[in-house]
Ligand binder design. Structure first.
Ligand code: FAD
Length: 393
């Protein structure tokens, strides 16, 4: 188990820090720092800057534009990026469909999509969930019927984040109606502008457009846009995570959020060291974060040394997402009344922001992060996995 950075890792960390100081646009970092949200334009700028440096896709093989870093180096990179308030790149392209295209795509698909993902010229969304299929994803009903060299797709996907701004959707569709649930599913890449595809907004309880429902009505998709073998889409979907499974702890983001909480407490005059609720709460959160980081580093160094990954990612996902929400709660309490006007303006009120800058997006962040314990496998599902695979229950 490796707890201290080696000299080489420290110099790598310094190189990343220098790059961030010289290259990360200050106005983008400010938006991230205050939780204002970063749009496609800013994300595109940052993606291209990273791509120029060869660092846009640390998780991809070198042959396709990756960096060849170890998992520990990727962790260091991640921590430094979040620490500098760099925005996270689009997970749909870089962490999901990109690696799947690398693993299962034809040479033509790789050539068509990968360079454009790296350079933020092509944006994706994920079409997995359906009204009747969420945790139980194998129940997807959206169907794709073969018609010559096309599939004809009918059905609907729900909770589709970023569909309103995506160019393509990667979708799980049923291509064999008679096979057992996990068989008979295929993985299709569908251009959003294909006739018959419509996107309807879905709003969260705070009035924000957080998701969409995507409808497919006789959408004709060329067979060459299938990723992997017909009826083997489940295998493609499962492999999407791979090593990524260990990168779900949100350690870097938790560090950033805890750092922000410290700054906010200081700005609110609830300065350390004082005895009281906030200092105690801060200490508890810091201990939880330390434990999460140590566990994460232990598993990353084991994996770097060739160790097998079991159910541990479920634990990292559970603890990491719960910690984000716990930090949110204390931050929300720390800004107190300042968060309230924003709550109501999101719900349609016309009050402008009041109070200090640091309070403006605290409520919004807190609501947004509620989804972290649902998306990517709910906490109950993670508990189930741990109960079965670790405790043998
Ligand atoms: C912020 C956010 C973004 C999302 N973005 C996308 C996206 O871009 N693309 C996409 O395809 N999907 C997306 N989703 C959907 C997400 O994948 C699903 O919400 C998730 O898989 C849960 O499915 P469900 O909502 O159908 O809930 P259900 O599966 O119906 O679960 C309902 C409740 O029952 C519990 N439950 C279900 N099964 C079990 C079980 N076996 N044991 C114990 N408890 C159980 C769940 O934990 C949950 O509390 C997003 C969700 C959120 C919150």
């Amino acid at each position: 188990m490796q707890l201290q950075l080696t000299a080489a890792q420290r110099s790598f960390r310094d190189e990343v820090r220098d790059f961030l100081v010289s290259s990360l646009p200050a106005e983008i970092a400010e938006k991230v720092r205050f939780g204002r949200g970063v749009g496609k334009d800013d994300l595109g700028i940052w993606t291209r800057l990273l791509n120029e440096r060869g660092w846009a896709a640390p998780n991809w093989p070198v042959a396709h534009g990756g960096t060849g870093w170890s998992l520990i180096e990727r962790h260091i990179f991640d921590v430094e990026c979040r620490r500098a308030h760099a925005p996270a790149l689009s997970g749909f392209g870089f962490n999901m469909v990109g690696p799947a295209i690398i693993k299962f795509g034809t040479a033509a698909q790789q050539q068509q999509f990968l360079p454009r993902i790296l350079n933020a010229e092509l944006w994706w969304c994920q079409g997995y969930s359906e009204p009747q299929a969420g945790s139980d994803l194998a129940s997807v009903r959206t169907r794709a019927d073969r018609d010559g060299d096309h599939y004809v797709v009918n059905g609907s996907k729900i909770w589709t984040s970023a569909a309103e701004s995506a160019d393509w959707i990667f979708a799980l569709v049923r291509t064999d109606q008679k096979a057992k649930p996990q068989r008979g599913i295929s993985f299709l890449l569908i251009e959003m502008l294909t006739p018959g595809t419509t996107v309807e907004p879905l709003y969260a309880f705070n009035g924000k457009r957080l998701w969409n429902q995507v409808f497919f009505d006789d959408v004709r998709v060329p067979v060459e846009n299938r990723l992997g073998e017909e009826n083997w889409g489940w295998t493609v979907a499962k492999s999407l995570l791979g090593d990524e499974r260990l990168m779900v702890s949100r350690v870097a983001e938790n560090k950033r959020l805890l750092g922000r909480l410290r700054e906010i407490l200081a700005e609110e005059g609830l300065r350390e060291p004082t005895f009281g609720t906030f200092e105690r709460g801060l200490a508890e959160l810091a201990i939880r974060l330390d434990a999460l980081e140590m566990t994460s580093l232990r598993l990353l160094s084991e994996a770097d040394a060739g160790g097998q990954i079991g159910a541990e990612p479920s634990m990292l996902k559970l603890k990491g997402s719960e910690l984000v929400q716990a930090i949110d709660e204390l931050t929300f309490a720390a800004v107190g009344y300042w968060a309230a006007p924003l709550d109501s303006s999101l719900l349609g009120g016309n009050e402008g922001p009041v109070g200090p800058d640091h309070a403006e997006y605290v409520a919004s962040g807190r609501y947004h992060h509620r989804g972290f314990t649902i998306a990517g496998g709910s906490s109950e599902i993670q508990h189930d996995i741990i109960a079965k695979q670790v405790l043998g229950l």
